[in-house]
Design a protein around this ligand. Structure first.
Ligand code: SAM
Length: 296
């Protein structure tokens, strides 16, 4: 069980909700739901994100989707440098104006998925960096992959995501999915807390959660990444089916070809993809690779 924080109930003139509404009015803006614009309006939640990032003046932070800049301002107080990437032209222009006095903040007006993290960081790439973001939910998985697969990976990512996605990211064997494997191959995820929908303005239809993703110095298992994920993807081609069937379907092989390989990897063919550990997937990949060598 994870604790629930934030209730988004502060209605005072100084509340984040009041500030958010004032900023939107002042710049004649409306939240664009198509861009995932649900602004965080709860101080407790804001504090929890910043605390989870454990920032110090030597930290470089990449923020995705700074929005109206409330989290950005908090990050800038604790970190040495904040590089914030905002896709919305109007918000980026507003941020350049409202955060002009913070000389350790750089606003980049672009799609975060179009810039390789190493290019974002330029000279600071060698230092190791942290990603902190209240993510636009429509690109959660692509963003995680973009940073975890990059040549310059972050040391840690503190991200607000949809609650169900947080649970999938941090799932244990029994409930694993392609998303859990894709994250847990590179990193150790942990749900920090659950956050109700009313902590955002406008409130989304779903609840959220803060997830901390600590990236390993090297991936959890020693495999060829491309080949490994080809096997994992095939295994999940028909989730809930027995592994022998879904692997055969996903790899375009006969079940009769797959059965001896599963046996060699020590995995019962009746098991389902959701139950395998990353180490078991790695063992399976090794057997499939060996099988390919024998075919040559
Ligand atoms: N950080 C703000 C907060 O916590 O209130 C805003 C978070 S809001 C959930 C997501 C932000 O991501 C929006 O400002 C949206 O415009 C921005 N965004 C959406 N797609 C993006 C993309 N592809 N690249 C960069 N920013 C994006």
């Amino acid at each position: 069980m994870h604790g629930l924080i934030g209730f988004g109930m502060d209605k005072s003139p100084n509340s984040l909700l009041a500030q958010t509404k004032r900023r939107l009015r002042r710049f004649d803006l409306k939240a664009r739901k198509g861009l995932g614009q649900h602004f965080l309006v709860d101080r407790e939640v804001l504090g929890a994100i910043v605390a989870a990032a454990e920032l110090s003046p030597s930290d470089v932070v990449v923020e995705i989707g700074p929005g109206l800049g409330i989290l950005t301002g908090e990050l800038a107080q604790k970190a040495g440098r904040v590089i914030a990437v905002e896709l919305d032209d109007k918000l980026a222009a507003l941020l350049k104006q409202t955060l002009a006095s913070l000389d350790n903040v750089t606003i980049i007006n672009d799609d975060v998925l179009k810039i390789a993290p190493q290019d974002l960081l330029e000279k600071q790439a060698g230092l190791g960096y942290k990603v902190v973001a209240n993510l636009p939910y429509y690109i959660t998985s692509p963003v995680l992959r973009h940073f975890l697969e990059a040549s310059a990976k972050p040391r840690t990512m503190i991200v607000m995501v949809q609650k169900e996605v947080a649970e999938a990211i941090a799932a244990k064997p029994g409930d694993m999915s392609l998303l859990s494997i894709s994250v847990q191959y590179y990193a150790e995820p942990k749900i920090i807390s659950l956050v109700p929908a009313q902590c955002f303005y406008p409130a989304p239809k779903v609840d959220s959660a803060i997830v901390k993703i600590d990236v390993y110095p090297k991936p959890k298992v020693d495999v060829d990444e491309k080949g490994f994920f080809a096997v994992v993807r095939a295994g999940f081609a028909a989730p809930r089916k027995q592994l022998a069937n879904s692997l055969a379907q996903g790899l375009g092989k006969d079940k009769a070809e797959v059965l001896p390989l599963l046996k060699e990897a020590g995995i019962a063919p009746q098991r389902r993809a959701e139950t395998l550990t990353i180490e078991e997937w790695a063992g399976l990949w090794r057997v499939f690779e060996g099988g390919k060598d024998a075919d040559r």
